[in-house]
Design a protein. Structure first.
Lengths: 202, 228
């Protein structure tokens, strides 16, 4: 079981309840804007603490409300690609990519950079990147942190058609070759159908 | 410039510099607490930090005098542990300047810490950075321009300190007589106008330079550039 998530969270007026039991591949979290999809990703990443429930990823328990277990964000090793790139503005692309790099190597750096087609951007500052470039760098930064699982929040939003196709192909490649559990949020049915091994509606 | 004039300028720079450097870590810690902390009494701490900004400087000086007097709580401690007293010394003038510069420095630093995008800190955490690394590699560099601007502003304020200093450590030529105090002393002497004019001119130039530096740093920060 790659994602075994069952949690509830009250955020103001709204109550988020989410249950995911997913096997290998890419699990799409599908639903309209404002349904709390991003909140679910934040809870899996450990940025938001659920009120109750549990989060288990690839057999490891990251949160268990009953047992009082809450693994700190930095130790969960989530490769989180946020809806906005969130690149560090004071670091060049290269330093951004290597920020989460661990001594024990995961993916090969050069291969990953080539895969993402960002080799020509390494010495640039984040503010000089286009939306699609920044998105690819953000994906690269997450991948190179040697993550145990990937969280993708609307990775295709605000991209033009050509870039969407590029990133979609990339996600398919990640899904099929890396064997990492992936949890992806989208509100686009076509995207969900094409990329998802399974779809969870919220 | 006469050696006497140089002495006054040098003393002022020394007092202001030591005051601001000593104040820096305290101001940053307070700014951090006020920007990020959630604790009871936060409003009270905020008020206390800002007190030197609104209380008459002569009152601040008098309170410092009470605290650092040989029988005072801090003075007796300094005396018994280190055998030193800051009264009538340039170190005392630096302490007075530091206390008066503190509110300005805390304000500027607090704003710059609050302006750091928390989402970047979250991103750093998901990439495996613990609290200290997040602070050192994201929060601190991003708030650095504001911290530097606040420090320069505090320095300008320290250079202009008068009321608290003269009350606390008096006006001892060569020891506690900084620029503003020397100007005041020159005003008391018949025929001292030429000296006043020179000192006032230097004072304006130094303050203007400090303000310009502070403004330049703030502008660079506004453009989203890295300062260092």
């Amino acid at each position: 079981m790659s994602f075994d998530v069952d949690l509830t969270k009250r955020l103001g007026e709204a109550e988020i309840a989410c249950r995911i039991e997913a096997g290998e591949g890419l699990t799409v979290l599908f639903g309209p804007s404002g349904a709390g999809k991003t909140s679910v990703l934040n809870m899996v990443a450990g940025l938001v603490e659920p009120d109750a429930g549990h989060v288990r990823v690839a057999g490891e328990t990251l949160f268990d409300g009953g047992a009082g277990l809450d693994v700190p964000v930095a130790e969960r090793r989530a490769g989180y690609v946020f809806q906005e790139p969130r690149l560090f503005p004071h670091l060049r692309v290269r330093s951004n990519l290597l920020y989460g790099r661990r001594a024990d190597d995961g993916l090969d750096v050069d291969e990953t950079i080539a895969l993402l087609g960002i080799a020509h951007l390494l010495d640039r500052w984040p503010r000089t990147l286009s939306g699609g470039e920044a998105r690819r760098v953000a994906i690269g930064r997450a991948l190179l942190s040697d993550p145990r699982f990937l969280l993708l929040d609307e990775p295709l939003s605000s991209l033009d058609r050509a870039r969407r196709e590029e990133i979609m192909t990339l996600i398919e490649r990640l899904r099929d070759t890396m064997k990492l559990p992936i949890l992806m949020v989208t509100h686009d049915r076509e995207e969900a159908a094409r990329l998802g091994t399974r779809i969870v509606e919220i | 410039m006469t050696p006497e004039l140089w002495g006054i300028v040098w003393l002022s720079l020394k007092v202001g510099g030591v005051a601001v450097l000593g104040c820096l870590p305290v101001a940053f810690a307070l700014a951090w607490l006020l920007a990020r902390g959630r604790f009871p009494g936060k409003l009270l701490l905020d008020g206390l930090v800002h007190l030197p900004l609104v209380v008459p400087p002569v009152v601040t000086g008098w309170l410092l005098l009470l605290a650092f007097a040989p029988a005072g709580p801090i003075g007796s401690w300094l005396e018994s542990w280190f055998g030193v007293s800051v009264l009538f010394r340039w170190t005392g003038a630096a302490i007075a300047s530091a206390v008066m510069a503190l509110p300005l420095m805390v304000r500027a630093m607090r704003l710059s810490i609050e302006a750091v995008d928390r989402r970047l800190e979250q991103a750093a955490a998901t990439l495996g950075a613990g609290r200290w690394r997040v602070f050192a590699s994201v929060t601190l560099p991003l708030s650095l321009p504001g911290v530097l601007a606040g420090t320069v502003l505090g320095f300008a304020r320290a250079l202009g300190e008068f009321g608290a200093t003269i009350t606390f450590v008096s006006s001892v030529p060569g020891e506690t007589q900084t620029l503003p105090l020397a100007i005041y002393a020159a005003l008391q002497i018949p025929g001292g106008e030429a000296q006043v004019l020179r000192l006032a001119g230097i004072s304006v130039l130094l303050s203007l330079a400090a303000l310009l530096v502070s403004e330049l740093i703030a502008r660079r920060a506004g453009r989203g550039l890295h300062v260092l």
